[in-house]
Design a protein around this ligand. Structure first.
Ligand code: ADP
Ligand code: MG
Length: 646
């Protein structure tokens, strides 16, 4: 006689219990031949399910030998055991264990997905099986929309989709009314008649009576093994054809992605809340980076007009020196003395005064900027109408002035400006030129500026010869550092102490760049923290989700998912949540930028594609990092325990 399909020898299963162990199965010897129909009977708690789980390679015995097709099961790799569960055994459970989010068709397909069957082939197969079991018109129904008997037939179709040779049914009729139960039993008998081996656990003596062989278990031992008939055995099942997909790994990943989408759709609010941390993190990072870049470009643009060979000399020790307003030692004479030096091309003193402008009935506050005739060249300001005042104007303290575009529109509107006379404080001034408006600093675009000869401002408004600054252009071919040193030496000597400071445009540019770098670092730190918080949120929810879906995980393992399949599914879900959150965050940042620019013209947001790609990549990375632990936890689950808890 050929070796039986299943041969158990001295199988025991123990569970740790308190300080001792609980022996659930004790020295079981059992042979089951190909094509048999075996009913296992016994009181509740006698060890029937434990035996079935061992038979189906869901559980391992504590000791003893289990030969399947003459090969020791204990020596097989975990991957081989998953393949056995997938292709050799078909499990039918008392509580069906269907996946609630999937249709009847989808549920039947699950084991075929893990086998790597191409989508069309497995769909056709699943449809044919459901048709055969009388569910042809229920393919798109979810488990919740099916009766118990229909659900159990779906689970039978699932057990058959990979053409299992052995059907293990653990109380398949336990939750059904007697009619549905009879239908299920009839199906099982038909499957047995086809040559499949059927092992069924039942309480019902009537059910057992229809089996050809009844094995009775009490307290973990077989106490009876009766045959009512000769074993059928004859109609041996032809070895099932095992088509393989061309790229099973890719196919399974695609399925894992589809599952992740399904799971997210099933818990929309939760998925959104999980994403929220990532959305906020990514949105704030992208917009702050854009804001920083926008202001940096704006400032650099503004100083770009100034040549690289100018020095600005200001009273005081440094920017922000509170005394600088009271330091009056920097005077026009200093400028004149400097202008005589061979290394100086030109000097333009700057002084300032705030005055109210009046023209007809129009009044407006303005800054009177007292400058030299070369100021417009040195500062890179373009005139849009008329001309600038010249050296003679400066020498004569003339009242010829250049107004900026803002002043022109405020005072004269659309009317002509050149040649007009207006009052600035108590002094009448004549417009000889119009200059473009300068956009420096917040609000700079709307402030009014009038450029007058500095001599006029000193004499008419300030009554002193001190200046608020000197703008000095160094002669060509002269080294800037050297020029700065010479200016410093000369002024220090004239003043008796160094009560002024010098900046050059290079320094300003460097200061802005280093400030921007500091800011960028700060932003990066905030970004890392916020994304970390978001990532922890994702991990938290995913861990909860694994616990919540423990039954689903157990079922997937029972129908043949490898640990890698489970890990991939949860990892992909975490990455998907993060990537979608990241994309939403980028969109939010873009929308924020649009709104911001509409509300205020003082800020520009400059988005860099690089920062967006980096944001998406880091979202993906967060998913991988923070999804890893939950995914590993899910894959570590014991299928029997997971099924029991689910
Ligand atoms: P049956 O299916 O015959 O009702 P089971 O095989 O499910 O019985 O369980 C047999 C015994 O093993 C029971 O007493 C049960 O409490 C115990 N048992 C089952 N699973 C575990 C487990 N994971 N840990 C500890 N005891 C268990
Ligand atoms: Mg049981």
């Amino acid at each position: 006689m050929q070796a039986p399909l299943i041969r158990l020898r001295g199988i025991s299963r123990e569970y740790p219990s308190g300080e001792g162990v609980l022996r659930v199965l004790k020295d079981i010897d059992l042979d089951i031949a190909q094509g048999e129909y075996v009913a296992v009977m016994g009181a509740s708690g006698s060890g029937k399910s434990t035996l079935m789980n061992i038979l189906g390679c869901l559980d391992r015995p504590t000791s003893g030998s289990y030969l399947l097709d003459g090969r020791e099961v204990a020596q097989r790799e975990p991957g081989e055991l998953a393949a056995l569960r997938r292709e050799t055994f078909g499990f039918i459970f008392q509580r069906y264990h269907l996946l609630a989010e999937m249709t009847a068709l989808g549920n039947v397909e699950v084991p075929a997905i893990y086998r790597g069957l191409p989508a069309e082939a497995r769909r056709a197969r699943a449809r044919a099986l459901l048709d055969r079991l009388g569910l042809g018109d229920r393919l798109g129904h979810r488990p919740g929309q099916l009766s118990g008997g229909q659900q159990q037939r779906v689970s039978i179709a699932r057990a058959l989709v990979n053409d299992a040779r052995v059907i293990l049914a653990d109380e398949p009729t336990g939750a059904l009314d007697s009619r549905s139960g009879d239908e299920v039993l009839a199906i099982l008998e038909r499957l047995n008649a086809e040559g499949r081996t059927v092992v069924i656990v039942t309480h019902d003596p009537k059910v057992a009576a229809r089996a050809r062989r009844v094995v009775e278990i009490a307290d973990g031992r077989i106490i009876a093994d009766r045959r009512s008939d000769a074993p059928a055995g004859a109609a041996a099942l032809a070895a099932p054809e095992q088509p393989r997909a061309a790229a099973p790994v890719l196919g399974r990943l695609a399925e894992a992605l589809r599952m992740a989408v399904l799971a997210m759709r099933a818990h929309k609010l939760r998925s959104f809340l999980t994403m929220l941390g990532i959305i906020i993190g990514i949105a704030s990072v992208v917009s702050v980076v854009a804001l920083g870049e926008g202001s940096r470009q704006r400032v650099l643009q503004n100083i770009a007009g100034l040549g690289t060979n100018t020095l600005q000399i200001y009273p005081g020790r440094d920017f922000g020196d509170m005394r600088s307003g009271r330091v009056t030692t920097l005077v026009t004479a200093d400028g004149a003395a400097l202008a005589r030096q061979p290394y100086v091309a030109s000097v333009s003193p700057t002084v300032g005064s705030s005055q109210t402008l009046r023209h007809g009935a129009t009044e407006a506050g303005a800054q009177i900027s007292g400058v030299g005739e070369q100021y417009f060249d040195v500062a890179g300001i373009t005139l849009t109408q008329g001309r600038s005042f010249d050296a003679a104007d400066v020498a004569a303290m003339s009242q010829n002035v250049v107004i900026d575009e803002n002043t022109r529109t405020s005072l004269f509107g659309e009317g002509p400006a050149l040649g007009q006379v207006f009052m600035a404080g108590k002094v009448p001034l004549r417009v000889i030129g119009v200059a473009e408006a300068q956009n420096r600093g917040p609000g700079g675009s709307t402030s009014l500026t009038v450029y007058a000869p500095y001599t006029t401002v000193q004499a008419r408004y300030l009554g002193s010869t001190s200046v608020s600054g000197l703008t000095l252009r160094v002669a060509d071919e002269v080294d800037m550092a050297l020029a700065e040193q010479m200016v410093t030496d000369m002024l220090t000597q004239r003043h008796g102490s160094k009560d002024f400071f010098i900046v050059n445009n290079d320094q300003i540019r460097q200061t802005i760049t280093s400030t921007t770098q500091t800011l960028t670092l700060l932003i990066a730190a905030i970004a890392v923290i916020s994304l970390l918080v978001g990532g922890i949120g994702v991990m938290n929810i995913m861990l909860v989700s694994v616990t919540e879906r423990i039954g689903e995980i157990g079922l997937r393992m029972a129908v043949g998912a490898r640990r890698g399949d489970i890990r991939a599914q949860f990892l992909i879900e975490a990455v998907l949540v993060c990537v979608i959150g990241g994309a939403a965050g980028i969109l939010a940042a873009l929308g924020f930028g649009l709104a911001f620019e509409r509300l205020s013209s003082n800020f520009t947001l400059v988005y860099s594609p690089l920062s967006m790609v980096a944001a998406l990549a880091s979202a993906c990375g967060i998913g991988l990092i923070f999804g890893y632990l939950p995914a590993v936890n899910a894959a570590k689950l014991d299928p029997v325990a997971a099924l029991a808890k689910g």
